[in-house]
Ligand binder design. Structure first.
Ligand code: AMP
Ligand code: MG
Length: 333
C-alpha cells in the first residue's frame, strides 16, 4: 500500500527511509524515488520499482554539505568552488567514491554521483531521515520523468511505500551531471546549471555537452532510444518558427492519425487534435516538457510534433531530452 502525504507531514516517510523503505519526494528538477543509500536491500527496491537495469547507477542526495566528505574521496579545489556556487541546486557531481558506498548504488563504478537539492521538502525529508538518500527519477524506466503528483501516482502507486505531494517541480528536467573526478571536468548530462555557468567558476571545463546528433548521424534511421518517451510517436521539428509552423500545419491538413503539437513561441496550430504551448523560452519549455508528453498520451494522441529551435543555456538540456524522447526522429526545416 502506497501512502500519499503532504509536504508538511514528513515524519512517517522519514522513518520509512530509516527502515529500508522507498519514498517518492519532490525536488526542484523532477520527483525522485528515494531509499537509504547505504542499505543494499533498500537500493534493490528502487531498481525493482522502476524496472531499471541495475547497471545504471543512482544519484545520492544530501542535505548537509559536510556529508559530501563522508561518501566521497579526493575532492579538488575547483570541484569545491562549483559546490559553493551551485549547491543547493540542480547540479549533480561525480566524485571518487568512499568505501562505505555500496557497489549497488554506483553499479560497480569507483565513482559516485552526489546532489544537494534546493527543494525545501527534499531537504527536510533527508535531514529528518538522517540518511544519505539514493534517488533516480520516480518514473517507470524509459518513461518521461514525473514533474507533478498526478504523473508520479500514475507510475508509482502500488510500487513504493510513500509518495510526498510537493506540487509541480520548478525546473522540470533532471539535474546537470558534471564529472569532477578527473583533471578535466565533463558534462555527462546537460541541465539547468549550464556550461556557461560552470565556465564562470572554473577553467577545468573545455566543452559544452554535445548530442549524438551533433557529433555523428545515428547508425541506422530506425535506431530506438527509449529514454523519456511517451507512448505516442514523437518527431522534433527544428528550425525557424515560420518554417516549423508550415511543416506541421501541412502534416495536420493531411493527417490520418490523431496529431498533437507541442508549440513554441506563440505558433498557432488550428486543426490539430491537441495543442500544448511550451512558452516563449527554453526555461518554460523545460518546465512543461515531460508533463506535456504524458498529457498527449492521456488524450489518445498518436503522433506528437514538437516544435523546437536551437539555443544555448538550458536549451542544450531541452534539446538533449526532446531528441531522446523522439528516438532521434528529427526533422530540420
Ligand atoms: P536518474 O536515474 O534519472 O536520476 O539519472 C541518474 C543518472 O546519473 C544515471 O542515468 C547515470 O547515467 C548518472 N550517474 C549516476 N552515477 C554515475 C557515475 N558514478 N558516473 C557516471 N554517471 C552516473
Ligand atoms: Mg531518470
Amino acid at each position: 500500500m502506497t501512502k500519499i502525504v503532504k509536504s508538511n507531514d514528513l515524519n512517517d516517510a522519514a522513518k520509512c527511509l530509516q527502515n529500508g523503505g522507498t519514498v517518492v519526494f519532490p525536488t526542484e528538477t523532477v520527483y525522485g524515488l528515494g531509499a537509504d543509500a547505504l542499505n543494499e536491500e533498500a537500493i534493490e527496491k528502487i531498481y525493482k520499482a522502476k524496472g531499471r537495469p541495475s547497471d545504471n547507477p543512482l544519484i545520492i542526495h544530501i542535505a548537509d554539505i559536510n556529508d559530501i566528505y563522508k561518501i566521497t574521496k579526493n575532492i579538488s579545489d575547483d570541484a569545491k568552488k562549483i559546490m559553493e556556487k551551485f549547491w543547493p541546486g540542480p547540479i549533480t557531481m561525480i566524485f571518487e567514491k568512499a568505501d562505505i558506498v555500496p557497489n549497488k548504488v554506483t553499479a560497480g563504478l569507483n565513482t559516485v554521483a552526489v546532489r544537494f537539492p534546493s527543494n525545501e521538502t527534499a531537504q527536510k525529508l533527508i535531514k529528518l531521515s538522517t540518511r544519505y538518500v539514493a534517488a533516480p527519477s520516480a518514473n517507470i524506466s524509459g518513461s518521461p520523468s514525473p514533474t507533478s503528483l498526478k504523473y508520479v501516482c500514475d507510475d508509482m502507486v502500488g510500487r513504493v511505500d510513500f509518495i510526498i505531494d510537493g506540487g509541480n517541480c520548478d525546473v522540470g528536467i533532471e539535474s546537470t551531471i558534471l564529472d569532477v573526478s578527473g583533471d578535466e571536468f565533463k558534462i555527462l548530462r546537460p541541465g539547468a546549471v549550464t556550461y556557461e555557468d560552470i565556465l564562470s567558476v572554473t577553467d577545468k571545463i573545455k566543452d559544452d555537452y554535445k548530442d549524438v546528433k551533433d557529433v555523428k548521424t545515428p547508425k541506422c534511421p530506425g535506431m530506438k532510444y527509449t529514454h523519456y518517451s511517451p507512448n505516442a510517436d514523437v518527431f522534433v521539428v527544428m528550425g525557424e518558427k515560420e518554417k516549423c509552423q508550415r511543416f506541421i500545419l501541412d502534416k495536420i491538413s493531411n493527417k490520418t492519425q490523431k496529431i498533437g503539437v507541442l508549440a513554441y513561441k506563440d505558433s498557432k496550430y488550428d486543426g490539430a487534435d491537441y495543442v500544448i504551448y511550451a512558452g516563449c523560452d527554453m526555461k518554460s519549455y523545460a518546465a512543461c516538457l515531460y508533463d506535456s508528453l504524458r498529457e498527449f498520451d492521456d488524450n489518445g494522441i498518436d503522433v506528437i510534433y514538437a516544435q523546437f529551435e536551437n539555443s544555448n543555456g538550458i536549451g542544450v538540456a531541452v534539446k538533449n531530452r526532446i531528441f531522446k524522447s523522439a528516438g532521434y526522429k528529427i526533422i530540420e526545416v
